[in-house]
Design a binder for this molecule. Structure first.
Ligand SMILES: NC(=O)c1ccc[n+]([C@@H]2O[C@H](COP(=O)([O-])OP(=O)(O)OC[C@H]3O[C@@H](n4cnc5c(N)ncnc54)[C@H](OP(=O)(O)O)[C@@H]3O)[C@@H](O)[C@H]2O)c1
Length: 243
């Protein structure tokens, strides 16, 4: 599929994977609606890419009104919304005796509730497109949406939720022109682990983690398939990943 002039909503675009996907899809000729809380980061990205093609909507993704507002802004500003990259997320991985359950529940609100709301808003919009409903929802899952390890269940559970939802949506939408995919990264060097005492590069002995650009290539690959090809799940791991 040719992405030129199509419109994508990207959540979590202020750093890491979302930022890299924004740059990559812009280079493919797409117009963007980018969102996150850090407005100055989003404005800097929009200035760099060219404000004509990029709309900034700063906000907290746990605001229940934001997902619908993002779609509405894409339609107002660019006349359409073809793709949603549902990517904003946080991580909390700790042993039972150290975990802060309130922080975990906030993670659930971001990684699950907000992602569900974004998915729902995207799919309702795609279904409303006339004369033929169409669109592509790409969710950021994780290797930890497919397998667990001790202490990681708090986070892995949120990504399993995304995997389960995505698979059921894919089945429900089979035979339509609406696609649902998950990208499943292993360790990527982003700001996600910024507050960890020991970075997972050392903790998991993965000295050469993925780069955000690696995931951007995966997302582009998912999106550029011809209409008869679906990629429900695409996992990318560092070569040193053993677990
Ligand atoms: N890095 C990895 O190893 C890895 C591996 C597998 C999956 N993932 C997934 O990849 C996705 C992106 O993470 P990343 O690695 O790129 O980390 P990152 O650099 O920390 O980016 C996370 C993004 O999510 C946004 N975000 C977080 N909480 C938010 C909130 N309440 N409201 C709005 N935006 C919020 C952040 O923006 P603001 O702080 O500006 O709001 C930021 O743009 C996440 O879903 C993560 O679980 C990452």
């Amino acid at each position: 599929m040719n992405l030129k002039d199509q419109v994508v909503v990207i959540t979590g675009a202020s750093s890491g994977i979302g930022d890299a996907v924004a740059r990559d899809l812009h280079s493919a000729g797409m117009r963007l609606v980018i969102t996150a809380r850090r407005e100055e980061r989003l404005n800097a990205l929009a200035d760099e890419l060219g404000a004509d093609d990029v709309e900034v909507v700063a906000g907290d993704i746990t605001d229940p009104a934001l997902p619908q507002a993002l779609i509405a802004r894409a339609v107002e500003r660019f006349g359409r919304c073809d793709i949603v990259f549902n990517n904003a997320g946080v991580i909390d991985i700790k042993p039972i005796d150290q975990v802060d359950i309130d922080k975990v529940c906030q993670m659930v609100r971001i990684n699950v509730e907000a992602a569900y709301r974004m998915a729902h808003a995207a799919l309702r919009h795609f279904q409303s497109i006339s004369p033929k409903p169409r669109g592509h929802l790409v969710n950021t899952s994780s290797i930890l949406g497919t397998k667990v390890r001790p202490t990681a269940g708090w986070y892995a559970g949120t990504k399993y939720a995304i995997e389960g939802l995505s698979e059921a949506l894919r089945m429900e939408l089979a035979g339509t022109d609406i696609a649902v995919s998950c990208v499943e990264p292993g360790l990527v060097l982003t700001e996600l682990h910024a507050d960890w005492e020991t970075h997972p590069v050392d903790l998991l002995d993965i000295p050469n983690p993925l780069r955000p650009e690696d995931i951007a290539r995966c997302v582009r690959f998912i999106l550029e398939q011809p209409a008869h090809v679906r990629i429900p799940r695409l996992m990318a791991l560092p070569g040193e990943h053993e677990i």
